[in-house]
Design a protein around this ligand. Structure first.
Ligand code: PLP
Length: 396
């Protein structure tokens, strides 16, 4: 937590209060998608996961939202240049887009310093996470990943017949790499790491992660989900992509949904060993779901460095404003290296959400580690101000 000793004490106090509040919370509605089967053993090596999302039955009308702060989108995107080529490309909509997809894939390979065969494209990175899970867990096995973390890959791994070994983050919210390595057994098919992590927004030390990947990937492939890497302080210097270039058994996913502001255009990619990607492609055909206009927009978006820089600074400005607000109210939060911030709630998450929805705004509320949390995405400054005004009323 970014907090002084006093506010840390307050936070602990508040957490205890909120535990009480949760105990009497009337009806907690859990999302099925993130409610997990539990893997524990008698030595408690595997943390007993309790990552749940509050999903009250009502949801505000998205078109009339005054502050859309729930899905970690980029409110400034897409770039004008990307939008223009998208529109032009619509007129080629009668054609399949294999060739332009191949060109984009090669452009990405050159940018990332990998071989052309080491890139697999997909309609968003979730598609690639899920395809990887389908192929890796078709015959069972387990995936080792953090609790809490992003659940797309883990959920599909479980649905495909695999199981989840969840490892609690360290007290400073990094991946517990030692415990993750210890959890690997003969049945482990993949280690999955989201860096920076969602929903905690925190990053794991780059050098330690690199050493871990080099060492562990000799035993089992390691998947690093880098959806938010561009927003981390050191940016691409935190990326594990260079390990793919060294042909280690490491997979790295990226998305055009976040810093590029193209969540609705659905495009992402994954880097990995050629044999691994060929194996996934053989069964699932990665790029088939991507549309021609999205391919053109992604390519133009990559070239629009000025736009990317301005998004980054505007999102960081919003983050500084919001964490400044939390500081001023003595509310602790996890140190964010992304376009979202998570902070503990003193009230039950569904109660909080309902009050936010009443004001035609949307954020997310989770419960993990016996604590309720609000996760808020960075919007435009006016949205952030509306939300902090709302917090002034809700968190009295
Ligand atoms: C950690 C992480 N990975 C992957 C995704 C999926 O993004 P997309 O499918 O839009 O590329 C998200 C979306 O929020 C995410 O937070």
């Amino acid at each position: 937590m970014e907090t002084s000793t006093n506010s840390r004490r307050d936070w602990i106090k508040k957490s205890l209060l909120s535990l009480g509040a949760v105990a009497v919370a009337p009806q907690v509605v859990w999302s099925n998608r993130v409610e997990n089967a539990l893997n524990t053993n008698s030595k408690f090596l595997f943390h007993n996961p309790s990552f749940n999302e509050y999903t009250p039955p009502r949801f505000p009308d998205l078109d009339s939202l005054k502050a859309r702060l729930m899905w970690n989108e980029n409110p400034h995107g897409p770039s004008k240049k990307a939008a223009e080529v998208f529109q032009e490309e619509v007129w080629k909509g009668n054609h399949y887009s294999w060739q332009s997809l191949g060109k984009l894939s090669d452009k990405i390979a050159a940018k990332e310093g990998v071989e052309p065969g080491q890139v697999m494209m997909g309609p968003g990175s979730s598609d690639l996470l899920e395809k990887t899970a389908l192929v890796f867990f078709q015959h069972g096995g387990n995936v080792v990943s953090a609790d809490p973390s992003y659940m797309s890959l883990v959920s599909v791994a479980k649905a495909a017949g695999g199981s989840w070994k969840s490892i609690k983050l360290t007290p400073d919210y990094q991946h517990d790499l030692d415990a993750m390595e210890e959890a690997i057994d003969a049945e482990t098919r993949l280690v999955y790491i989201t860096n920076p992590n969602n929903p905690t927004a925190t990053i794991t030390d780059t050098q330690k992660l690199k050493d871990f990947c080099r060492w562990v990937s000799r035993k089992v492939p390691v998947f690093i989900d880098e959806a938010y890497i561009e927003l981390s302080d050191a940016g691409m210097a935190n990326s594990m992509a260079p390990l793919v270039a060294e042909n280690e058994s490491v997979l790295v996913s990226r998305t055009f949904s976040k810093i590029y502001g193209m969540a609705g255009l659905r495009i992402g990619y994954m880097l990995g060993k050629k044999e691994t990607l060929d194996g996934i492609n053989e069964i699932t055909r990665g790029g088939m779901g991507i549309t021609g206009p999205s391919i053109a927009a992604a390519s133009a978006g990559m070239d629009d460095v000025e736009f990317l820089d301005s998004c980054r600074s505007r999102l960081i400005e919003a983050r500084n404003y919001f964490t400044g607000y939390l500081d001023s109210r003595n509310i602790a939060y996890m140190p964010s290296q992304t376009n979202f911030v998570i902070f503990p709630l003193e009230m039950a998450g569904d109660d909080f959400l309902n009050q936010v929805y009443d004001r035609e705004m949307a954020v997310r509320a989770f419960k993990f580690w016996n604590q309720d949390w609000c996760r808020v995405s960075m919007g435009k400054m006016e949205e952030m101000k509306l939300f902090t005004d709302a917090l002034d009323e809700i968190l009295v």
